[in-house]
Write a new protein. Structure first.
Length: 319
């Protein structure tokens, strides 16, 4: 069997971790008797390439290496919005036209977008950069709720460690689950992670929109202090001294969401804290945050965070 040729295209300053994700999955496997990949690294110009870790790595190949690649890996780029050299973007487009599979890890998606390979397509990147990515490339359908997106010819991954998830997924597509599991086992990693990257995202702040008044602040503080209670729209409106319709309009104007969605977000944030910092049963957590039952909490968690309360606790518990 001929080896599948994987080439990583790096740009300075290069994050060494994202590059190592691909190197570990595709590069170390060549030492095995059942090796099915070859791995090499190229840059816009051969020579020293500075990294974000404060050292330079010596790269001996230029973009011509992409002419023989079956898969091209573009690791995370810093800063993400920096212009991509025309030679790099052109080499990626040429490799794609030739039939090579192009995969970006983390902020490497910005490079693919600048090269025009994501136009009209769904893609992902690190959750901290999703809003910047969507604003810079409105023609790309940004999905921050997944670990990776694979279109077959073009793929993107979420932040940092999700690059490993994507690379193992590509191995599964090429050679099946057993071979991917063998590589994952050698890396002491699960062959497949459940859920989405949103379970790793920090709970966002909810400031009022620019130019909005602070009329909702007392109500928000009051509601946040009693999220275990039954807080209907009518009760919130009564507390604020407004009609339900006026309150809903002010939420939209000042917070960009509805009262119900705002309250659900606070309840899920509180549930995450309890799951991280206590060993309370899931049904007790649900009751404390006003979601009534473990069934309801699990359903909300699955919908909004892509995982279950139990799985979330296993990953993030401090108790």
């Amino acid at each position: 069997m001929s080896l599948h040729r994987v080439v990583a295209l790096v740009t300075a300053p290069q994050s060494p971790f994202e590059l190592a994700c691909a190197a570990e999955v595709f590069g170390t496997a060549h030492q095995d008797a059942l090796a099915r990949y070859s791995f090499r690294v190229c840059a816009e110009r051969p020579g020293p390439v500075q990294t974000t870790a404060g050292y330079a790595m010596l790269v001996d190949a230029g973009p011509a290496a992409l002419l023989e690649a079956d898969t091209v890996i573009v690791p995370g780029r810093q800063p993400p919005g920096a212009p991509v050299p025309h030679t790099v973007a052109g080499a990626l487009r040429a490799a794609h036209r030739r039939g090579a599979r192009i995969a970006a890890i983390c902020t490497g998606a910005f490079v693919l977008a600048q090269a025009g390979l994501l136009d009209g397509r769904r893609a992902t990147t690190h959750w901290r950069r999703a809003a910047q990515f969507a604003a810079a490339y409105p023609e790309v359908q940004v999905d921050s709720d997944v670990l990776y997106v694979d279109h077959g010819d073009v793929a993107t991954s979420a932040g940092t460690g999700a690059g490993i998830d994507l690379c193992l997924h590509l191995v599964r597509c090429d050679h099946g689950a057993a071979y991917a599991a063998q590589i994952a086992r050698n890396m002491v990693l699960p062959p497949h992670r459940e859920g989405s990257q949103l379970q790793y995202a920090a709970p966002p702040e909810q400031p009022a929109r620019a130019g909005a008044d602070a009329s909702l602040a007392p109500l928000l503080e009051w509601a946040a202090s009693r999220i275990d209670a039954r807080l209907t729209l009518d009760r919130l409106a009564e507390r604020a001294g407004l009609s339900s319709r006026t309150l809903a309009r002010r939420f939209t104007e000042q917070l960009g969401t509805s009262p119900g969605q705002w309250l659900l977000g606070r309840r899920l944030d509180a549930a995450r804290v309890l799951l991280e910092q206590t060993d309370l049963p899931v049904d007790a957590v649900a009751a404390r945050v006003g979601l009534v039952s473990a069934v309801n909490l699990r359903r909300r968690f699955k919908t909004h965070l892509g995982t279950t309360p139990g799985a979330y606790r296993r990953i993030f518990s401090e108790a």
